[in-house]
Design a protein. Structure first.
Length: 609
């Protein structure tokens, strides 16, 4: 917009100055200038405005609106972390007087995006750089041709990920860039969080608040602080959380597999007595594990440091041995850890390694901290310097395998022990082998509840459900069955379970048989892959019963899938599309749309890992 002399109170020289200045201003600068002029005019009670300039709009030739206090927070979450942080941010903003709407991306109407002025996105990255299930449709809309121009939008992105994966925080980065491309202005720069996200998330929330407050200060609607009212809404919450875990006593620790099995699957029962922690079927339990003492000793031997030397890790002073035992990750290498370690060591091979993306990716696969120390030693640095490059011990999330209604003040888990050999050494899963080899009844385990609103039983107990959970994926469905038994749910239920051998690997077999007998479970189909020459999996059983399965879908059944994301979940997804295509007489494209619609309506839910 060009200012003209004939329709303004300015002379030719002033018009030329304004026309040179205005195109260089950002939207936030224009808003600030408008607010400043309005405040100056309002504060000058003894000054009479010239007749030819009665309104500020004539001074600034842009369409300036009052800065909105409405804030929309959208989350894309697979396990519940992003949702939890979105809710936390919402409470913080509400305490400062903002009107906040927190919504899953799948529940948000994309066409209303152009009406949003303040947008916060909290999103995780799933698998190899993919959006979580409840973010897929919004992600596709935003990156499609129907996405609107967002010149009036202020936004910020909090991205969650795992730096051990190549496409770290990829989905958050995509959202951040796309919103900028569509014309949005950042309230605060994107922050990418690793598994230890509490501190960076707090920094992001504080930064977003500062950005919003600054925009408000420049506008005409100051924010009224309501901080005193904030604690009241949190009064009923348990004192225990991710940052303050509860030490749950081990009540039972059993091996579910029979003699001769290739697997070891532990059934763990923990007491929540006195914690105030509650959960629903579908939630997960966060567990803070301890590293294998043997691996800790081998590392200390390799570096020749004093195990009792004090080091500061995560703002806490502990002995080096304690740090390696429970404070930092040593069983897995990530690209950032290797790159930081390379700054402490002039080894030419290590420098060459970190200079090549493909080389570092290949190196960290299957290796741990001991490999790094041995391969590129000696390390002529202090224990403190070396500890400073290590990643904080990541929490492990396990699908809860029990109903709180059926087992008050208890929580049950189903954990498969991970053991394998690579690069000439035997390896162990950190938490799983701690449970399998070192955790006894009477011991305690630091835990917290991870809510997962994306994996929930239907509100109507008469709704049919189909559950697909091979191996340890059976865990949440045991919780589902216990809950449905407690509430007397009458809706049909169908379980698909699979493992290697019927005799040794039918997890919770007697319980499933009892639920079938009592009518709590309508039907069950099993697939034991190694009991015949040709391997049979759960997706094969689904194909065998495709006609009836599609009929259940047409009746409104909700499908749940839990377990391995890399193979099983993809195969089951493709099988569902095959069944819908075949039995529904649809094209492949329409079958995919059918399943996408189920997902949008929360009739297709996945808890995959």
């Amino acid at each position: 917009m060009q200012l003209q002399v004939m329709n303004s109170p300015f002379n030719q020289e002033q018009v030329e100055l304004l026309n040179r200045l205005l195109p260089t201003l950002t939207e936030s600068q224009k808003v600030w200038l408008s607010g400043y002029l309005a405040a100056t005019q309002a504060g000058s009670a003894n000054v009479t405005a010239a007749p030819e300039a009665p309104v500020v709009e004539a001074v600034v030739p842009v369409n300036v609106k009052p800065v909105s206090k409405d804030v929309t927070i959208l989350f894309g979450s697979q396990t519940g972390n992003a949702q939890g942080l979105a809710n936390k941010a919402g409470k913080e903003l509400e305490s400062r007087g903002y009107k906040v709407t927190v919504s899953s991306m799948s529940d948000f109407k994309p066409n209303s995006l152009k009406k949003v002025e303040n947008l916060l996105i909290v999103v995780s990255t799933h698998g190899e750089g993919d959006p979580p299930d409840n973010a897929i449709s919004f992600h596709e809309f935003l990156h499609g041709k129907r996405a609107p121009k967002l010149d009036e939008l202020r936004y910020s992105v909090l991205s969650l990920g795992d730096s051990s994966y190549e496409f770290f925080c990829h989905t958050g980065k995509e959202f951040d860039q796309r919103l900028e491309d569509l014309g949005g202005t950042r309230l605060y720069p994107r922050i990418d969080c690793d598994l230890d996200f509490d501190e960076p998330a707090a920094e992001w929330i504080a930064g977003v608040l500062a950005g919003l407050d600054e925009a408000q200060a420049a506008g005409t609607e100051p924010v009224q602080s309501q901080e005193a009212a904030a604690p009241a809404s949190q009064a009923l919450e348990s004192a225990y959380s991710r940052t303050n875990p509860f030490k749950a006593e081990v009540l039972e620790n059993l091996n579910l597999n029979g003699r001769g099995s290739n697997k070891e699957t532990r059934h763990l029962e923990l007491s929540l007595e006195g914690s105030g922690l509650t959960f629903e079927p579908g939630d997960a339990l966060g567990v803070y594990p301890e590293n294998d003492p043997e691996l800790v000793d081998l590392i200390l031997e390799a570096v020749k440091w004093d195990a009792t030397e004090k080091v500061t890790v995560n703002n806490e002073e502990v002995t080096l041995k304690e740090a390696l035992s429970s404070r930092v990750e040593i069983a897995t290498l990530t690209k950032p850890v290797v790159e930081k370690a390379a700054q402490l060591n002039s080894n030419k091979d290590l420098q060459s390694l970190v200079s090549n993306r493909d080389s570092i990716k290949a190196y960290i696969d299957g290796r741990d901290l001991l490999d790094l120390i041995r391969d590129f030693g000696p390390w002529e640095v202090s224990a403190q310097d070396f500890a400073g490059v290590l990643r904080k011990m990541p929490v492990r999330l396990y699908s809860i395998a029990s109903s709180l209604a059926a087992n008050p003040e208890e929580v049950h888990l189903t954990i498969g022990a991970v053991r394998y050999e690579t690069h000439g050494r035997k390896r162990k899963g950190v938490a799983s082998t701690q449970v399998a080899e070192r955790l006894q009844p009477g011991d305690t385990l630091p835990v917290y509840i991870q809510k997962n609103q994306n994996f929930r039983l239907p509100q109507n107990p008469d709704t049919p459900i189909i559950m697909v959970g091979p191996g340890t994926g059976v865990a949440p469905f045991r919780a589902f069955m216990q809950e449905r038994e407690e509430i007397g749910a009458e809706g049909k239920s169908w379980m698909f379970f699979g493992d290697q051998h019927f005799v040794t690997d039918f997890l919770y077999q007697t319980e499933w048989q009892k639920w079938i007998k009592d009518g709590v479970l309508t039907r069950m189909d099993v697939a034991f892959s190694r009991d015949q020459d040709e391997k049979v999996y759960v997706q094969n059983r689904m194909q065998e019963h495709s006609k009836e399965l599609f009929q259940w879908l047409e009746e409104g059944a909700v499908v749940y899938v839990c377990g391995d994301k890399n193979h099983m979940a993809k195969d089951v997804n493709n099988t569902l599309i095959d069944i819908i295509e075949k039995e529904g007489g649809l094209s492949r494209e329409k079958a995919e749309a059918y399943l996408a619609d189920m997902k949008q309506n929360k009739r297709y839910q996945r808890d995959v890992y």
